[in-house]
Write a protein that binds this ligand. Structure first.
Ligand SMILES: [Cu+2]
Length: 146
């Protein structure tokens, strides 16, 4: 049975290609925060910087949290003195690059908070990537900055 000696090398190679917890290091998140909103507000906004330390682009395909009914990826665009928001179905972080979510630009739009969140609270947000890995970030709520 000659086939057998090929199977073991293939399994070993696969282990190296996709090591456990690879994305823990490949994708890092810094400066994450949620802007405090008035109690009546049905939407909130989160900012953070996502960095990709790998040789391949990473796509963020989904964001969710138990606190919000849904989370969307938005960008505020300014045209002719008017601001409008566009929605992305996914966010691509280039190889060895980063994407900054910040005021007046890209942001996470957080819909229908289940409770009033105040500065000092924190929210767990789970991000999913196109290669089916997940990363959970604990995001502090801070006073709005204008
Ligand atoms: Cu938005």
């Amino acid at each position: 049975m000659k086939l057998k000696k090929y199977i073991i090398p293939v399994v070993l190679v696969l282990c190296f290609i996709k090591p456990l917890y690879a994305d823990e290091a490949n994708l890092t998140i810094e400066n994450a925060w949620i802007s405090e909103a008035p109690p009546v507000s049905k939407v909130m906004v989160a900012y953070m910087t996502l960095s990709n330390h790998s040789d391949k682009a990473i796509k963020i395909t989904n964001a969710e949290s138990a606190i919000y009914s849904s989370i969307e990826f938005h960008e505020t665009l300014h045209e002719d003195g008017m601001a409008r928001m566009i929605r992305y179905s996914e966010i691509t972080i280039p190889a060895h690059g980063h994407v900054q979510f910040k005021r007046g630009g890209k942001h996470f739009m957080l819909f229908n908070p289940t409770k009033h969140l105040k500065a000092g609270d924190s929210v767990s947000i789970k991000l999913s990537t196109s290669d089916n890995t997940e990363k959970t970030v604990i995001v502090p709520v801070k006073k709005a900055q204008y």
